[in-house]
Design a protein around this ligand. Structure first.
Ligand code: 5GP
Length: 194
């Protein structure tokens, strides 16, 4: 998505060869028009897949799952990282290790909101090591729902996440794919056209 690549070039801060800061438009302050446009793009790419639900993980996947849900006309569900007192005991759970925070947490989704009849699109802000998305894929499998694919806003293609998901046979579509980056320079992989 050209518009997204331009924003990353203009506003992204490359903190190291692996960490990209995009909090002026993506995951702290959010450009709502851009977020809605990403949702429309995922709806176009996954058209005809009869998606019934979008799934993400809190917190920074939420605005993009909502945008995709709006474009597809379906609800979105976000996996929770901490158990709330209001949460039912009937939950799907998967462990996710966060490399940015250095801790493993149990992510959960109430069983009422995901089940065997669903066709699910998973959406998240970043695909990096793939830990978060693999956790969500496991939750979809556990629920018996059909996984249609994974949509990512930014993929750091030099990290192992894509490989892990592909090994599970998952269809991935990322709106910006970064081949390599260093302070002041980011190289994108050209869009394949799907
Ligand atoms: P994973 O390593 O599981 O693929 O990524 C987990 C989460 O870490 C992503 O959903 C995203 O919120 C965060 N993350 C990973 N890499 C980056 C990065 O380069 N920049 C920012 N801002 N967040 C990242």
């Amino acid at each position: 998505m050209k518009e997204l690549e331009e924003r990353i070039r203009r506003e992204g801060a490359i903190l190291s060869e692996t960490v990209l800061k995009v909090d002026s438009f993506l995951n702290h302050q959010v450009d709502t028009e851009l977020a809605l446009a990403t949702g429309r793009e995922f709806a176009r790419v996954f058209e005809g897949e009869k998606i019934t639900k979008v799934l993400t993980i809190e917190a920074s996947g939420i605005q993009f799952a909502m945008a995709a849900g709006i474009a597809l006309g379906v609800p979105f569900v976000y996996a929770k990282k901490k158990k709330a007192v209001t949460q039912s005991d009937k939950v799907y759970v998967a462990p996710v290790h966060s490399f940015t925070r250095g801790e493993t947490y149990q992510v959960s989704v109430d069983q009422r909101y995901l089940n065997a009849g669903d066709r699910v699109l998973i959406v998240d802000d970043f695909l990096a090591t793939g830990a978060a998305l693999v956790g969500l894929v496991d939750i979809v499998e556990e629920s018996g729902a059909e996984l249609v694919g994974v949509g990512c806003i930014i993929e750091k293609s030099f990290q192992e996440g894509r490989g892990l998901l592909e090994a599970k046979g998952v269809r991935i579509h990322s709106l910006a794919r970064i081949a390599a980056m260093k302070p002041g320079e980011v190289q994108f992989i050209e869009e394949s056209g799907n």
